[in-house]
Design a protein around this ligand. Structure first.
Ligand code: ATP
Ligand code: MG
Length: 262
């Protein structure tokens, strides 16, 4: 994929099937290096599946994908070295403590122990997890796992950062902190690939947006371009609803709320 050299992320006819379910349906996507990319779509659209393929957690059924020119299947180690990820599920490895988890991740990336220790202390402190760093992940709250996962995604200084719902279940203080870190990363040229159902956040942060539905891109462009194409909708939420074609059901009343239907 020579023509991909300046693309942080590129997919070509990317397909992922789970049995009969087509989760990603021939996706062609190009995200330029240095952009803050918002990957939107309704539940089940194929966002997490795409991210899992791009980060080497799942193999595609067919098609190709690359990170900064490195194929995620044929050149997986190089692609992974350049990549950080906060997955939907948050941190795994429940029987490790926060510190041990960051050490494990750092070692996986081939980092030297003193560097891991230094960055790990800084990240745990920044995330407000310093007092819980010796506690096992199994005893962490949902938000604490997300914060640890965010810390782990940054430890090896990735060039492309995948964030699958990073703000989900996060308190307002941490959310502000994460936004400020993302801003710092953007300033040094890190590509950020974000999924979020919180459209106000996407609207504020993302310079480039794709909306997918049923595993296919249904809209692509800057926020302004998408608004124009959708006929000047006021917000990203209006636009999203227009494009996804939902909104029906809004006026539906649950059948058992009225009358004497059993
Ligand atoms: N491991 C799996 N086995 C079978 N089907 C799966 C698996 N993972 C995802 N799917 C299916 O693939 C489709 C896309 O799921 P995916 O998790 O990528 O959606 P998503 O866009 O991330 O949704 P959400 O916004 O709810 O997180 C769904 O139909 C889902 O049921
Ligand atoms: Mg998902």
């Amino acid at each position: 994929m020579d023509e991909t050299s300046s693309a942080a992320v590129q997919t070509k006819s990317l397909l992922k099937k789970f049995g009969d379910v087509v989760a990603v349906d021939g996706l062609d996507l190009r995200v330029e290096a240095g952009s803050f990319f918002g990957f939107l779509g309704p539940n089940g659209a194929g966002k997490s599946t795409t991210i899992k393929i791009l980060t080497g957690i799942l193999q595609p059924t067919s098609g190709r994908a690359s990170i900064l020119g490195h194929d995620v299947v044929d050149d997986a180690v190089a692609a992974k070295q350049l990549t950080g990820v906060v997955s939907e599920e948050g941190a795994l490895f429940e029987r490790l403590s926060g510190t041990e988890y960051l050490e494990f991740i750092g070692r996986m990336y081939g980092m030297e122990r003193p560097t891991i220790r230094k960055r790990s202390d800084e990240l745990l402190d920044l995330m407000g997890l310093a007092d819980d760093s010796a506690k096992l992940i199994v005893d962490y709250s949902h938000g604490m796992r997300k914060k640890l996962s965010f810390a782990a995604s940054l430890i090896h200084n990735p060039k492309v950062l995948f964030l699958d719902e990073p703000f989900e279940g996060i308190d307002a203080v941490t959310s502000r902190l994460i936004k400020s870190i993302l801003d710092q990363l953007r300033q040094v040229g890190v590509t950020i690939f974000l999924t979020s159902h919180i459209l106000e956040i996407v609207e504020k942060l993302c310079s480039d947006i794709a909306i997918i539905n049923h595993g296919r891109v249904v809209a692509r462009g800057t926020l302004d371009e998408l608004r124009t194409r959708a006929g000047g909708g006021e917000s990203l939420e209006d636009l999203f609803l227009d494009l996804i074609g939902r909104g029906a059901g809004e006026d539906h009343r649950l059948s058992w709320l009225d009358g004497d239907v059993p």
